[in-house]
Write a protein that binds this ligand. Structure first.
Ligand SMILES: [Zn+2]
Length: 412
């Protein structure tokens, strides 16, 4: 828990607000019916900007153990995501020549959805995953997985056992780490002299560009520009030698990193290009960051305008999906069962539960056919094409899709 507000990377005092989304429960704290009559903890969802290193960050109001230990998200449920993982595996093997003599280690390995593809190619794998329920699923799949939080302490233990990585993977974990310096230093410790670190994380440039304020929630402690992430790795004598912009999670970066004294893997042109692009947009300028908050307020007003008008016309609205980002959006906008009757989700781990804060019930997608809503409000907007394809039959009764981000839009 925090006692004073300081930057988790450079320790400068945090005095600037990036955006204030009010208070919200933990975005993955789905509720059972018996929880609905209990008190529910809400935490501030106010994001700060460090004026020295420009790291956009959320203070640690709640311990990671409490946030992540019973995480309901199983990666293997998304088809799009599995294909992304398989393509990535092939790409890495081809580019860096990993073989049965290599060691692949993945931090936040979830249920083994990615490591399974390396294992299928006879490359030794090790997963590290703090959420017990998903780590158990990975071990049952034959993916050796340690149930732990990663940092210098764990890295030192692994190094003492002779476990070092030729390929060290950390996808969608960097943003989730409150102890950023300890985490990056831990990666340095277990990386072989000519090893490669590869990480994916949402790109702040896309978050700001496309108004993705709902990707802000308590599990995401840091929001990275390329400019700032380069500084973080450089501080630990690690060098980003390649970067790629990906469409996943609304727009992510994939970085490849090496020890700064490793002579292999020259720095690609793309590193310089992205650094220059961010500078041109304004990522080294305080005023640029501070303009975001007003746009978020305007987006909220537009979403509410649409919903209020629809309800006044007597239309019914159902949600689609129960992603963490949906909980930020609904809580920030104050949208409850007065506006959205229910939502649906394909994951059986969420059906029968209620959304945190708003208490909107989550059903099986078949519920849509039963109630024939006028509007289907798509919460995981990053999957909107896939969802509009799967749910095309709502047009039989004149149903329409609504996507709230980047701006509320109806698809006829
Ligand atoms: Zn800082």
């Amino acid at each position: 828990m925090i006692t004073k507000l300081e930057c988790r990377f450079c320790q400068a005092p945090l005095t600037h607000s990036f955006v204030d989304l009010g208070t919200s429960p933990l975005a993955n704290s789905y509720l059972k019916v018996e929880d609905l009559t209990k008190m529910e903890p809400f935490y501030p969802l106010r994001v700060f900007l460090c004026e020295k290193c420009f790291l956009v960050q959320l203070p640690e109001w709640e311990s990671p153990e409490k946030i992540f230990s019973d995480y309901a998200y199983f990666s293997s449920y998304s088809e799009t995501w599995l294909k992304h993982a398989k393509d990535y595996t092939e790409l890495m093997i081809k580019r860096f020549g990993f073989s049965s003599n290599s060691q692949v280690i993945e931090i936040a390995s979830n249920d083994g959805y990615l490591l399974q593809y390396f294992k299928a190619r006879d490359i030794p794998v090790l997963g590290i995953e703090p959420a017990k329920n998903v780590a158990k699923a990975a071990n049952e799949l034959g993916i050796p997985t340690l149930v732990k939080f990663f940092g210098t302490q764990m890295a030192t233990e692994l190094a003492a056992e002779g476990k070092h990585a030729d390929l060290l993977i950390g996808n969608n974990v960097l943003a989730h780490v409150p102890g950023l310096n300890d985490f990056v230093e831990g990666m340095k410790i277990i990386l072989k002299p000519h090893g490669v670190i590869t990480m994916e994380f949402p790109h702040l440039m896309r978050l700001m560009d496309e108004n993705q304020f709902d990707t802000i929630y308590h599990e995401h402690f840091s929001y990275f520009s390329f400019t700032t992430v380069e500084k973080v790795f450089a501080q630990h004598n690690l060098t980003i030698f390649d970067v790629e912009e990906l469409p996943t999670h609304g727009g992510s970066l994939r970085i490849n990193v090496k020890h700064s004294d490793c002579a292999l893997n020259p720095i690609s042109e793309k590193v310089l290009e992205l650094r220059n692009k961010e500078e041109a947009v304004g990522f080294t300028n305080l005023e640029f960051y501070l303009s975001f908050a007003e746009r978020v307020k305007a987006t909220k007003r537009n979403i509410l305008d649409f919903i209020i008008k629809a309800k006044k016309e007597g239309k019914s609205i159902a949600g689609y999906g129960a992603p963490a980002k949906g909980n930020t959006l609904l809580n920030y906008c104050g949208i409850r069962t007065d506006f959205i009757d229910y939502t649906v989700d394909r994951s059986p781990h969420k059906q029968g539960y209620f959304l945190p804060g708003t208490h909107i019930p989550i059903y099986h997608p078949d519920k849509i056919k039963e109630t024939k809503p006028d509007y289907l409000f798509i919460l995981p907007w990053n999957l909107k094409d896939e969802i509009m394809g799967q749910m095309a039959h709502i047009r039989e009764w004149g149903g329409q899709f609504v996507v709230p981000i980047p701006e509320v839009k109806v698809y006829e």
